[in-house]
Design a protein. Sequence first.
Length: 171
Amino acid sequence: MEVLYEQNFDAHEEYPPYWAALWPSSVALARAVAAAKPAGARVLELGCGLGLPSIAAAMGGAHVLATDRSPDALGFATYNAGLNGVSVEVGVCSWAQPDSVLSRAPWDLVLAADVLYLHNDLRDLDDLLPRVVAGTGQVWMADPGRPPAARSAWRRGAERGRRARRWHRRG
């Protein structure tokens, strides 16, 4: 897969913005998704950044909505999907105000790579995840094991085998 990233960022973003890096967790999650070949599944990616897991899902035949709080990230995700001969729908989504994804729930598969790093976002994500899968879908997350991730209720549940089917931890 090809992925474009460069340093041309919105002035309102942190510099460099987190979404602009191709994180190892994103690569690991994309490989898991590619191996699963989710043909026909409705897939939502939260915090898509450059969009690699979304692209892998689209290449596997899924219908994908890639979301991020940064419009700049969505532009790169769209471009990267095109580089790989697929298209993904994109949308701005704040986990604190997730109406855009909840209105289309439940999702068959929800993806998130390396999103458990800011303490103040964890509560919003923990609240959102069960509502987007509504007990019928799966959540696949990848994380390198940063300290804030240990506080995520969703992560603790995943480690006990509830709902989340994949958990990647480096180290």
